[in-house]
Design a protein around this ligand. Structure first.
Ligand code: SAH
Length: 356
């Protein structure tokens, strides 16, 4: 499509400045261009009205504001919208806009597929194709922003889409810089949550980045034996190593860590699992996010009963933890990681282009 043009959001501000200077323009034009496309949401260079016409034309010849396009956008009753985004090389990823009261949350993908292989997750069933570039992540932010009315903006980002964010930290951090910059999307750093399968070295590296981002760690098990069965990367990493890295993050950033726990019926949702988890996490000022399994077609796992879920949460609350049970958002539109992509690919159905 835009094959010969460079993706604007893959260029740093410095690179864009140099390009402007090479084209006989002052360097400050670069910032203006990014502000038009980011803050002011324009979708073509021609709308950047304080730039000279000649420059706008030259920009349009050399650059594209979006190397990816929205190939499908679904609507759910609760206003959650799931987008399938087609990348320049034909790869397909998902991102989700969750609309709740005054929150507008993007669920961001960081890779095409996922290499972590969690047995209950649709994203990793076919492994990983590649990591996304910074530009492809910024484009997801802009695709969902374009769905919002002009008086609304993105307020939160959860990095919980396809992929393992900490395996692509180099590309993710500059994308989040853009999201949180006043001249970018202006999302508060505290409203950015990065969810990881639990890569201890990378958790420490993120802590050292000096940001106020929130960390969520996918534990999913109260002991290493169960964790190794359901989170295969755990074979090399123990719960102790993950918890030590999470503690270091807490210490370094002063921010409370969330532990995520997917409840799989009869595998990790029994009373003794809750008690064991409470023991493992003892002494930590932690938030626990319980996620009832969101069924994936073809996978043999089941959702826990609501009685089990409630009892599990209660045991942890009695032990002094703050517990949230995740509501099912967008269940009707396959909003669990990687599910929409799979269902589209499997059905071969022609999907309407709702927005681009
Ligand atoms: N790679 C990151 C982000 C994954 S998505 C991570 O592992 O944290 C965010 C959360 O959704 C993770 O906790 C993940 O384990 C969970 N998840 C994936 N598939 C799910 C499913 N089918 N039902 C419920 N939660 C799921």
């Amino acid at each position: 499509m835009n094959g010969s043009k460079r993706a604007l959001w893959n260029a740093s501000l410095e690179e864009l400045k140099s390009w402007c200077e090479e084209h006989g323009e002052r360097g400050f034009r670069a910032r203006q261009i990014r502000e038009w496309a980011g803050q002011h949401r324009v979708r073509g260079f021609d709308a950047m009205t304080n730039l000279p016409k000649r420059l706008r034309h030259e920009l349009d010849q050399a650059w594209t504001l979006s190397s990816s396009s929205v190939s499908h956008a679904s609507n759910d009753v609760d206003l959650t919208r799931k987008l399938l985004v087609r990348l320049a090389d034909g790869g397909v990823i998902e991102c989700v806009l969750i609309v709740e009261e005054d929150r507008r949350t993007l669920c961001l993908s960081t890779q095409v597929g996922c290499a972590m292989g969690c047995v209950f997750c649709a994203s990793g069933l076919d492994g990983v194709d590649r990591s996304l570039t910074t530009g492809e992540m910024i484009e997801q932010m802009l695709h969902v922003t374009h769905l919002l009315p002009p008086n609304e903006r993105l307020t939160h980002i959860v990095v919980m889409g396809m992929g393992e964010p900490l395996a692509n930290l180099e590309a993710l951090l500059p994308a989040l810089e853009f999201a949180t910059a006043k001249t970018g999307l202006g999302v508060s750093q505290r409203h950015v949550t990065i969810s990881t399968v639990g890569l201890p070295k990378r958790i420490r590296q993120l802590a050292e980045a000096g940001k106020r981002y929130h960390l969520a760690v996918s534990l999913h098990a109260s002991n290493d034996r169960i964790r190794q069965q359901i989170v295969p990367t755990a074979e090399k990493v123990t719960l102790d190593e993950i918890l030590a890295a999470a503690d270091a993050f807490r210490q370094e950033t002063g921010r409370q860590v969330t532990f995520e726990y997917v409840l799989l019926a009869d595998i990790n949702d029994e009373a003794h699992h809750a008690q064991e988890l409470a023991r493992r996490l003892r002494g930590r000022d932690a938030m626990i996010n319980l996620i009832p399994f969101n069924p994936v077609s073809g996978l043999p796992y089941r959702e826990p009963t609501s009685t089990r879920t409630k009892a599990f949460a209660e045991t942890l609350r009695e032990a002094g933890f703050t517990v949230k049970v995740r509501k099912r958002k967008g269940a009707r539109i396959d909003a669990a990681c990687g599910q929409l992509r799979r269902s589209q690919r499997d059905s071969n159905e022609i999907v309407p282009l709702v927005s681009s």
